[in-house]
Design a protein. Structure first.
Length: 150
């Protein structure tokens, strides 16, 4: 599990304490190879650690997101967030509105320096997130899908 150790090391250098819960959450994120919700993560974790509650998972996930260890991806129209380990470069996600699957897009179209010029002094930009909504290849074949978001 050297990947786990790398992540733990990254947390340490950021001055973040490695609690057993955080280690377990990271382990579970490594194990689940899709984009789990907090609830799915919690269910996975509880198979081996039944004492860990959803509150704990939420709280620690939030912290890991703030530390840049975990990416949070917002699904459209639902109050659902999914998570992935932030292993590679900063990137964005394509989200299918029909089946809810997310996939990574290894590209960032956002020029923060340009945006900062537009925003001026009233706000200092320190980061951004961006999700792209549409239909995956499988769902595109269905005819009853709306063509445009309102
Ligand atoms: Zn789809
Ligand atoms: Zn991703
Ligand atoms: Zn970006």
């Amino acid at each position: 599990m050297s990947l786990l150790n790398d992540i733990i090391e990254k947390l340490r250098t950021k001055g973040c304490k490695i609690t057993p819960q955080r280690r377990i959450i990271i382990q579970s994120l490594l194990k689940l190879d899709k984009f789990p919700t907090a609830l799915e993560l919690c269910n996975d974790i509880r198979q081996t650690n039944p004492e860990i509650g959803l509150d704990t998972v939420y709280r620690n996930l939030g912290l890991l997101v703030n530390m840049g260890i975990v990416n949070q991806i917002n699904l459209h129209g639902k109050d659902t967030k999914v998570f992935e380990l932030a292993l590679g470069e900063h990137h964005h996600h394509l989200i299918c509105l029909n089946c809810g699957t997310a996939s990574c897009l290894d590209y960032c179209p956002v020029d923060e320096k340009e945006l900062q010029k537009t925003v001026g002094l009233r706000f200092e930009i320190i980061g951004h997130s961006l999700e792209l909504y549409g239909y995956c290849q499988k769902c595109k074949a269905l005819t009853s899908l709306p063509q445009r978001l309102k």
